[in-house]
Write a protein that binds this ligand. Sequence first.
Ligand SMILES: C[S@@+](CC[C@H](N)C(=O)[O-])C[C@H]1O[C@@H](n2cnc3c(N)ncnc32)[C@H](O)[C@@H]1O
Length: 204
Amino acid sequence: MNNAQHFWNTMFANEEEYLYGTQPNAYIQMQTHRLKPNSRILCLAEGEGRNALHLAQLGHTISSIDASSVALQKQKRLLQSHGYTIDALHQDLEHWQPQPHAFDAIATSFMHLPKPLLSKVLQHSVVTLKSDALFIGEFFSIKQLGYSSGGPKDSQKLYTIEDFAHYQEGIEFIELKEEIVHLSEGKGHQGEASVIRVLFKKLG
Ligand SMILES: C[S@@+](CC[C@H](N)C(=O)[O-])C[C@H]1O[C@@H](n2cnc3c(N)ncnc32)[C@H](O)[C@@H]1O
């Protein structure tokens, strides 16, 4: 088990509690109107399953990837308790082998990876999306170091607009913005936060 897996298994260890709650991330929820009915959606670094549950409740078919075995157990339990199943893959994104043209959308919130890995995961995301498919993501910005509402304290895992903007090949940004929002997501994310909201479409 590597350090990230151990860290997140410990963070999610309380079986009675969902660290970021069971309601979906607000940005992902805000963008769901763009999804085609019965979409096949991949939730990256999905944690305890709150986004997966919301998307399943909207009628979509959900796959997920996360490095934490504890997170995956909680995802499965959360979805099953509402009558849904999830195809959950226990994997460090470092080793992700994307299936080409497989998904209608990717949804991810607060996937904080070292920048070289973020770069690889964004490239793999484009590979695994179908034409016209969407990437919907919310991340803490580097300015989050000045806030106490959650997120890593490691500048190598916090992002700028430029960390996303230089990807242009094969995609079109619909929205890419940094803003101050109010988070109310379990006990893990509470209060004012500086986030980057990323929405792009894979081109034909
Ligand atoms: C801040 S939590 C966010 C969880 C979820 N997306 C949410 O918003 O509720 C970060 C998640 O990223 C996962 N993660 C961190 N590094 C990872 C990696 N290298 N590969 C796969 N998952 C990773 C953790 O296990 C954890 O579930």
